[in-house]
Design a protein around this ligand. Sequence first.
Ligand SMILES: *Cc1c(COP(=O)(O)O)cnc(C)c1O
Length: 382
Amino acid sequence: MARMLKKNYLMTPGPTPVPIDILLEGAKDTIHHRTPQYLDIQNEALENLKYLFQTDNFVYTMASSGTGAMEAAVANLLSPGDKAIAVNAGKFGERWCDLCKAYGAELIELDVEWGKYVRSEEIKKALEENPDTKAVFTTLCETSTGVVNPIKEIAEIVNKTDAVLVVDAISGLLAEPLKMDEWNVDVVVCGVQKGFMMPPGLAMIALSDKAMKIVEKSENARYYFDIRSYKKNYPDSPFTPPVNLIYQLVKSTNMLKEEGIENVWERHRIMSEATRAGVKALNLELFAEKPSNAVTAIKVPAGVDAGKLIKFLRDDWGIVFTGGQSQLKGKIIRIAHLGYMSKFDIIIAISALEMSLNKFGFKVELGKGVKAAEEVFVNEGV
Ligand SMILES: *Cc1c(COP(=O)(O)O)cnc(C)c1O
């Protein structure tokens, strides 16, 4: 048969699909950033971010991908030789470890088998053994494994010590409950190309008073990501901000605020439950011990070449899933349900999975996964 017209479906944990209303904001006239007109716009976005981060602290935006905010956290909190605990439970926890090493910290790496979540007791033990620890770095949703970590429990432990808790919530914020102030999380970092439904290019970071005190005292060299200059200029930016991305951030944060944070969390919970139900109905296994609401990682069944399946789905059918990274290459398939996704996107994802599995040597009953996902939506009344 002739090749059919292809429509693209971005089902990856970043970048995520961008709604037309947000895309169009980016097409507006670029104005000068050192003007009261621009400052009003930026201030609106920053105020909305406080609500979405669930904090009264300032949230700073930086022109970079999410990793820029991770680097800012490490560069501002650690002086060379400082002790830091970092949880390596996947690719992004590994990034915390790499950053700590790059900045000359004395790293205590907590290795967690990829696919498992970090037990808060392990962090408690590491802190007891290393009472001079400056900061604990971990991840809300470990996007590479699809696992969600128990941040609330971890925060209770870290809060009792002199150390600060730094959470990479780049994919987890909005998909999972995270209450920065109520839970006493000291530093939250995020990026806009995930739950915020925006094109990539903007990072965000919020810091508690406890963390800011460390930042002020830190002796580490830093410049572009020096939090002190962001604080001094707030709500203005020390350098040229990505003006058109800030227009888009106003739109995105207003949409999310209007929906309400509890409803945003609930939306991601329902999307992920339907996805998991669909996957399980096909006799596939979930990879994550504690699956996140941002992305579902599926164990690749024996006999299926995940690389070929993912490539085929992307290039022939326009369905973009992701595979595993590093040690998980070829072992998992990841389907994101993060940001601008509706129940019918989930149906498309599960249908594509069914149809492609049959093509790549794993027999499934067509419609069985779709039915299970539909049942979740019907039962949830959405
Ligand atoms: C996407 C992601 C990152 C990386 O963000 P970039 O924007 O690519 O720099 C870091 N941590 C987690 C958990 C992520 O999901």
